[in-house]
Write a protein that binds this ligand. Structure first.
Ligand SMILES: Cc1cc2nc3c(=O)[nH]c(=O)nc-3n(C[C@H](O)[C@H](O)[C@H](O)COP(=O)(O)OP(=O)(O)OC[C@H]3O[C@@H](n4cnc5c(N)ncnc54)[C@H](O)[C@@H]3O)c2cc1C
Length: 155
């Protein structure tokens, strides 16, 4: 089938739900929708990544990584990842590929309200860079969340 014909067919496919973003939020929502039988489409702005992929270095020891896991100073000289660098002081070569570079994707904020916006534009979003600490929520916050959901649903 020609590419134009294929695109035409694709554009006629109907979905019950379209989820924007494949991070923890979108990914989980999509899973729930699929399991409930909704025809679900996930749109992701970032690049595709296989899971697992050779880009994952989580289980590697520092000596198995290039330059012991410290990213090239050239990035700093080129003014890239400035926000991340301001916070972390050192960029790590094992995971830098999963962070959006603020030089490539700039954003602005009022000077009196500096804001660090850490983004990950790839399949899985920031689930590839998070620290894996999951705080247990108490009864008070769970009740508050329930109220918020009710308000959002207009009940
Ligand atoms: C270094 C780091 C450590 C962290 N550690 C922890 C921790 O230990 N514990 C914890 O609870 N939280 C932690 N967090 C926070 C946690 O990772 C995030 O709150 C969570 O991953 C956010 O998930 P999300 O799906 O809401 O957003 P994201 O993961 O940012 O996903 C959004 C997705 O949407 C895509 N997207 C954006 N715009 C568009 C568009 N217009 N069209 C299509 N796709 C789009 C993006 O590419 C991305 O894939 C950490 C975050 C970072 C960066």
């Amino acid at each position: 089938m020609s590419q134009t014909k294929q695109a035409e067919v694709n554009s006629q496919v109907m979905f019950d739900v379209i989820v924007v973003g494949s991070g923890i939020t979108g990914g989980w929502a999509a899973k729930e929708f699929c399991e409930k039988g909704f025809k679900t489409l996930v749109i992701e702005r970032g690049r595709h990544l296989d899971h697992p992929s050779p880009e994952y270095n989580d289980m590697k020891a520092p000596w198995q990584l290039e330059n012991f896991g410290i990213a090239s100073e050239t990035l700093q000289e080129q003014g890239r990842y400035t926000q991340l660098l301001a916070k972390k002081k050192v960029l790590k070569s094992d995971s830098i590929q999963f962070f959006a570079d603020d030089k490539e994707y700039p954003y602005s904020y009022p000077s009196e309200k500096p804001f660090m916006w850490t983004r990950g534009y790839q399949l899985g979003g920031r689930s590839l860079t998070w620290g894996r600490q999951v705080l247990r929520w108490g009864k008070k916050i769970l009740k508050l969340m329930q109220k918020m959901v009710m308000v959002l649903l207009g009940r």
